[in-house]
Design a protein around this ligand. Structure first.
Ligand SMILES: CC(C)(COP(=O)(O)OP(=O)(O)OC[C@H]1O[C@@H](n2cnc3c(N)ncnc32)[C@H](O)[C@@H]1OP(=O)(O)O)[C@@H](O)C(=O)NCCC(=O)NCCS
Length: 192
């Protein structure tokens, strides 16, 4: 692919099915389910933002509903994670196209705490890695997290990602210094 790389966009076919999950674009009808997890301090603890009230979640949901394809670097694919069995929306997963020239991307995920511990984040993320590598032709995908976020680190380890760095006190977040961990996986290391 190197040298002949021309892949211009990623427009996935929806829904994306995994063993237990269905990933799909957000709709305005998802507000209650989204606010149910975005409003929780235990969810936002290691994120850049504070718990969101309903109006704030609604404003962000407006943006999420448009994030169903990657047309250029800087674009974000932001998909609802739902359970195939019940249709319940339990969180979201992200793929950010961070560089066209360098074929780089970044993963993200947030789940409602009622559904933590079942391996859903790794399951959704495997589908996002496939979109990034097989769909968009990325060379490297990273995960960035607060170094105290051991649950998120476990997710990235389960995906076969390598801890490449811990940046000590690299950011001032929510009134305190925070260290950032960076994980990564290359296209050549990824198992489809
Ligand atoms: C990070 C997160 C998405 C993990 O999702 P998940 O589907 O629970 O992931 P897993 O089931 O693979 O569990 C990963 C680790 O979380 C921890 N964990 C599991 N169940 C847990 C629970 N009920 N409560 C707290 N942590 C738990 C364990 O360390 C687990 O690792 P293990 O399987 O080796 O024991 C989830 O914790 C979350 O949404 N956190 C809040 C948002 C966030 O921090 N997102 C990441 C930003 S970088």
């Amino acid at each position: 692919m190197i040298g002949t790389y021309t892949s211009p966009v990623l427009t996935p076919d929806y829904p994306i099915m995994t063993e237990r999950l269905l990933l799909r674009p957000f709709t305005s009808g998802d507000l209650d389910a989204v606010n149910a997890y975005e409003s929780r301090p235990d969810v936002t603890r290691y994120l850049y933002w504070e718990p969101r009230d309903r109006d704030t979640s609604a404003a962000f949901l407006d943006k999420k509903t448009t994030r169903s394809a990657l047309h250029d670097e800087g674009d974000v694919l932001d998909l609802a994670v739902t359970l195939r069995d019940t249709g319940d929306l339990i969180g979201n997963c992200l793929l950010i196209w961070t560089s066209r020239e360098h074929r780089q991307g970044e993963l993200g995920y947030i789940l409602h705490p009622d559904h933590h511990g079942h391996g859903y984040a790794p399951e959704a993320s495997r589908a996002m890695l496939r979109l990034g590598f097989a769909g968009l032709g990325l060379h490297r995908i990273v995960g960035r997290l607060d170094a105290r976020n051991t649950a998120s680190a476990r997710v990235l380890e389960k995906l076969g990602m390598r801890r490449e760095a811990t940046l000590i006190d690299s950011e001032f977040v929510k009134g305190a210094w925070a260290s950032e961990a960076i994980y990564a996986i290359l296209e050549t290391e990824w198992t489809p």
